[in-house]
Design a binder for this molecule. Structure first.
Ligand code: MN
Length: 260
């Protein structure tokens, strides 16, 4: 028997390792991305009661669900973007499952994002972060903390006449993270890109560059303020949807707890 796994079970049982939920509740009221009207739109979460211990099913209760692959806290697979359409094993059912558990680092952009909804994560900010915490580890998830998940209602999408205003990464930040060989990039906002990311070059740099390189995305995360900058483990296991471009999922982090 593996000593590491035995120790891990003991450490989870004792609270030495804590489990943090980074997931919003799937709720019909949770906002989904809104695209310009000429494009197809993302469906919200819907739950239809099939029976509730009644004549439709006397001893059981259950629901039919309707939703987009990109509704709520969700995972983006490489084939979500045109740049990743030919990435081998780029759909959620094809990705090697070892990618669903791994190290995670958090870059705190909450202060800047509180002052400026169009705050951008730059390569310079990442290099500053590395001076304090060491290089962004290869094959790790990198999460951009903005505290955006604490926004409610219309403040979450923050739509204006010229589209949404929310923080996200600049192309040079994503390029640097790709140089570091990261596994994926995650945000608290409705997408991995800034609200105004359509005006960047390339447009939507997180989607375009990450997925083109076979990397993954996570968005609509919460509780990033509870994670340490380094040293946590992320569990992000999308549903095994055949040919799926993404999937809602439960995202968990393992962090050092009391007495660790
Ligand atoms: Mn998505």
């Amino acid at each position: 028997m593996s000593e590491i796994l035995t120790q891990m079970a003991a450490s989870l049982a004792s609270g030495e390792t804590k489990v943090i939920d980074l997931t919003h509740t799937l709720d019909p009221d949770f906002p989904v991305i809104i695209l310009p009207p000429e494009f197809g739109q993302c469906a919200r979460f819907r739950m239809e009661e099939v029976s509730a211990y009644d004549h439709r099913g006397p001893a059981w209760k259950w629901h039919n669900l309707t939703l987009n692959e990109h509704t709520g806290t969700h995972f983006d697979a490489p084939i979500h973007w045109i740049s990743g359409r030919d990435v081998p094993n780029g759909a959620v059912d094809e990705i090697d499952v070892k990618n669903f558990i791994g190290p995670v680092v958090v870059i705190d952009c909450s202060e800047g994002s509180a002052k400026d909804p169009d705050f951008v994560l730059t390569a310079e900010i990442i290099l500053e972060w590395e001076k304090e915490h060491g290089p962004v580890p290869a094959d790790s998830w990198v999460l951009m903390r903005t505290d955006w998940s604490k926004r409610k209602g219309i403040d979450y999408l923050n739509m204006a006449e010229d589209g949404p205003h929310s923080p996200g990464p600049m192309p040079d930040a994503i390029e640097l993270l790709l140089e570091r060989g990261i596994r994926g990039f995650g945000t608290e906002t409705v997408g991995t890109d800034a609200g105004q990311g359509t005006h960047f070059s390339p447009p939507y740099p997180a989607h375009f560059l990450l997925h083109g390189a076979g990397k993954f995305g996570l968005q609509c995360l919460c509780n990033l303020d509870l994670l340490p900058p380094t040293g946590a483990i992320l569990l992000a296991t999308p549903l095994k949807i055949k040919g799926g471009t993404g999937s809602p999922l439960r995202v968990l982090a393992l962090i050092p707890g009391e007495g660790a």
